[in-house]
Design a protein around this ligand. Structure first.
Ligand code: PXP
Length: 255
């Protein structure tokens, strides 16, 4: 089993959600009194130990804006992970932006599996084409998928170097012990299969300071993408403390 420390990708979207709640009409004037600034938050989070910054530029631009992503690209010192829909417009944007990684996520209902990940197996042609173009341009792709064998095999067939397993179902089942155990087992089997197929495994959605205790015991995890829980804690403790505490909990068994 891998003994490498698990990396933290901080999902910064909710900082922009808060800004947009007040400044939806003029969020382009970042740097004036439009706050909070997700780029400033990302820089402090990096200083506290975040290994990468994740942004989801949604098609409806409900939180992160184009200008945020471009500023992030210029300013951050770690890695930029762009979560994106499988559309021609987002592909064009990503090819210009050149993030280190691009994670393909579902946005339309028809792209979603029963549990909420991208239905890569059901849309091999469409997703595969985007994976190929991104990888050919030096952007490592990841697919946000459920821990289902057919989805993981589809990712391998498309030569996606990374996947991000959807941990939301596990997180939602957390307080039902039987269901929690089942969901954790599904994740474990999914990770083992992906590892056998040579795919690097990330995970994310719904991970918090409590359920990290089980998540960190899963084998072969490369990186966790966490947003809501860390930003919620940051409201009380500040982002540096929130990032440090999560990183500590992610790797407790290694300490
Ligand atoms: N990974 C993906 C693909 C996501 O869409 C999200 C949520 O935006 C996250 C990780 C982070 O989830 P959470 O905010 O629940 O930590």
């Amino acid at each position: 089993m891998s003994q490498n420390p698990i990396l933290l990708g901080l999902n910064i979207d909710h900082c922009a959600t808060l800004r947009q709640a007040r400044y939806r009409e003029n969020s382009r004037h970042c740097g004036q009194m439009v706050e909070p600034d997700p780029v400033a938050l990302a820089l402090v989070a990096e200083r506290a130990g975040a290994d990468g910054i994740t942004v989801h530029l949604r098609e409806d631009r409900r939180h992160i804006q184009d200008t945020d992503v471009w500023r992030m690209r210029k300013c951050i010192q770690t890695r930029l992970n762009l979560e994106m829909a499988c559309t021609p417009a987002m592909l064009e944007f990503a090819l210009e932006l050149k993030p280190e990684t691009a994670c393909l996520v579902p946005e339309g209902r028809e792209e979603v599996t029963t549990e909420g990940g991208l239905d890569a197996a059901g849309q091999r042609e469409r997703v595969g084409e985007i994976v190929e173009k991104l990888n050919a341009n030096g952007i490592a792709t990841s697919l946000f998928i459920d821990p289902e064998p057919q989805q993981i095999k589809a990712a391998a067939e498309m030569n996606s170097p990374l996947i991000e397993l959807h941990t939301g179902t596990f997180a939602n089942a957390y307080y039902d012990l039987e269901q929690r155990k089942n969901e954790l087992e599904k994740l474990r089997r999914g990770i083992e299969l992906a590892h056998e197929l040579g795919i690097t495994v990330n995970a994310g959605h719904g991970i918090n300071y409590i359920n990290i205790r089980e998540v960190r015991q899963l084998p072969w995890l490369n990186e966790l993408n966490i947003g809501h829980s860390i930003l919620s804690r940051a409201v009380f403790s500040g982002i540096e403390e929130a990032v440090r505490e999560m990183k500590l909990r992610m790797n407790l068994t290694l300490a």
